[in-house]
Design a protein around this ligand. Sequence first.
Ligand SMILES: Nc1nc2c(ncn2[C@@H]2O[C@H](COP(=O)(O)OP(=O)(O)OP(=O)(O)O)[C@@H](O)[C@H]2O)c(=O)[nH]1
Ligand SMILES: [Zn+2]
Length: 351
Amino acid sequence: MGGQRPHLETSMTPVRDLSAGPGVGQHVTGLPDEGEVARVARVDRGRLTVLTAEGERRVSCAGAVHAGTAPAVGDWVALRGEQAVQVLPRRTAFVRTAAGRGSGAQVVAANVDVVLVVDALGAEARLRRIERYLAVAWASGATPVVVLTKADLCADVPAAVAQVAEDAVGVDVLPVSAVTGSGLAAVRELVPAGCTAAMVGPSGVGKSSLLNALAGQPVAAVAGIRGDGRGRHTTTARELHPLPGGGLLIDTPGMRELALADGEGLSATYADVADWAAGCRFRDCAHRTEPGCAVAAAIDRGDLDPARFVAWRKLQAEAHRQELRADARARAAESARLRALHRQLRARPGR
Ligand SMILES: Nc1nc2c(ncn2[C@@H]2O[C@H](COP(=O)(O)OP(=O)(O)OP(=O)(O)O)[C@@H](O)[C@H]2O)c(=O)[nH]1
Ligand SMILES: [Zn+2]
């Protein structure tokens, strides 16, 4: 979704970067409205909780913001006084297409660099489920990493990691335990200063525990010890959490529900790409250098985001690999049958 970063006045001293993007406190030029920028940490009913160099603030949205792009967690907004007057261009965006009814696409998190696809090692790895989250992550423009929690409950961590790694082509897979702290350092390294990460994954796999462990303090309520039943975040209203290393971690209910809402699977996520591909001249078009390739044409015209195409192709390749694996088993069975037949023929006297 490669939006342009706003041009920054380089003579200004950066105050503190609230992880990659315009430095907080810097002035942003090249925008209709000049002003201080801040990072959206929460959105409720049109009011924003934003992080600035001075700390957390609550601001309202100016009319122009109401009319234009609705701010999401992770957005950079230009402030004027106590109002957000503009949403700055996004680098990446997690989009939830509202099922049915025409409320359209909703951005649930913006400017995420790394997506932690969280699943637990305690139970059988859910490969299809992880794939679905990976598809959504790739589509956002961010880079996914699989984080397998509850390593302390797993008897053979390397084997479980290898199984997921074999399936999640080109994606790092990291085991971690919020209980023993093993693997936490490697996850922290994924979210250094200047980086914004977000978590996706089903309920109960340990996302809140992971966030607390990474933050080094309890910022999110963990199942079983959240007492008042008044919702997930009991100690803070933020959905964007600064980590000790300088990075930021987004944990918002919208992200948590993302892939579950998208149960129809990959074809629905990438229906547009499949539509373009159906228009190629050759039925077996690989969408590389073939003449009459409708996908390449759509990319050239700017109708199809190349990152989205790459994501789609990765998933296609993965589906193809699964088929080949099934095929290989079928071929092995077939050649065993033929070998047996040949042995019988050779053994037959008087050929
Ligand atoms: N043994 C072990 N248990 C863990 C670990 N991480 C989380 N848990 C437990 O797993 C349960 C769920 O943890 P949460 O952190 O609330 O999971 P969540 O993904 O945030 O769940 P939701 O808030 O429902 O989305 C809790 O009982 C945790 O104590 C871990 O690394 N090891
Ligand atoms: Zn093509």
